[in-house]
Design a protein around this ligand. Sequence first.
Ligand SMILES: [Fe+2]
Length: 130
Amino acid sequence: MITWRDEFALGVPEIDAQHKKLFAIANRAYEVLKNDLLVDKYDQIVDIFNELKDYTVYHFTYEEDYMKSIGYRKFLSHKVQHDDFIQRINETDLRQIDENQEQYLIETLEFVVAWIENHILGVDKKIVEG
Ligand SMILES: [Fe+2]
């Protein structure tokens, strides 16, 4: 699980809401992982990954537009981080999921959750700190 803490808040309501939504998508993936009643999790995992990809692209675009709107000086280096993350997510090979669903989901989730936490705390917060 990834739990929202006050320190994640930027104080920009729409961006904070979008970050919470990313947490919620990640937590749904954890729920699928924990559900021992599901024998074949493939379809649900693919659905969640696709939703995560789509929502991340939407969120990054919003955040980048916000940075431009306030004339944020570190916009380009911030966008590079977004683009790298999207590239990594796009490289996720869904065919691997059939081989070892649990392990693949765990590793992908650990990467995604760690990235989101570090990015919000280390990079996004700088937007509002100036
Ligand atoms: Fe960001």
